[in-house]
Design a protein around this ligand. Sequence first.
Ligand SMILES: Cc1cc2nc3c(=O)[nH]c(=O)nc-3n(C[C@H](O)[C@H](O)[C@H](O)COP(=O)(O)O)c2cc1C
Length: 195
Amino acid sequence: MRVFLGITGASGAPYAERLLRALVAADCEVGLCASGAGIEVIATEVYGDPRLPRDEVLARLTDGAGDGITIHDPNDWRSPYASGSAKVDGYVICPCSMATLATIASGSMQNLVHRAASVALKEERKLVLMPRETPLSAIHLETMLTARRAGATILFLAPGFYHGAESVDDLLDFVVARALDQLRIDNVLIRRWGE
Ligand SMILES: Cc1cc2nc3c(=O)[nH]c(=O)nc-3n(C[C@H](O)[C@H](O)[C@H](O)COP(=O)(O)O)c2cc1C
């Protein structure tokens, strides 16, 4: 499977790290693109140093994650993910900032993350947006409804606790498993309800 993973500047970078590894473990070919703010949030939340340069953040993020990851610059309009003619099975933006969500919902495209999402919608392909913000303004809520009506799946970064989570990793796995389910990728990250 070929999957686009966009990482933008909302809190929740550990989810993105976990999702990237899960996609590679599932033998996906992953196209990875992080916005400038996305890099800053990864640097802050995963590596504890907001000033880490982009290359260093991406090197650490992909180090040991296995083969199959291609990193794309946010301005790389020649990337296959910038066109509907490229075969892509699914698109996921994790975490998805309200800024990126609003840009996608408006139809505007300022970077490859926006463009890939726009391509997914126009080609009627699976697009999973994973926002994090709280509380939510009426603008946020309307933006999410617009994106949903256009065909996107809104999968909030809101882990459940009913599966007996004992660690932060369990909470990350809960959300990542739901994202993989949406992308129709088999996974056994969490015990399923009723099993
Ligand atoms: C440490 C940090 C945490 C942030 N958390 C959020 C957040 O949870 N949700 C959100 O919508 N924006 C958050 N922001 C603000 C976005 O990064 C900002 O709106 C940025 O312009 C988003 O750009 P992007 O969508 O291109 O990544 C955060 C920024 C920083 C530096």
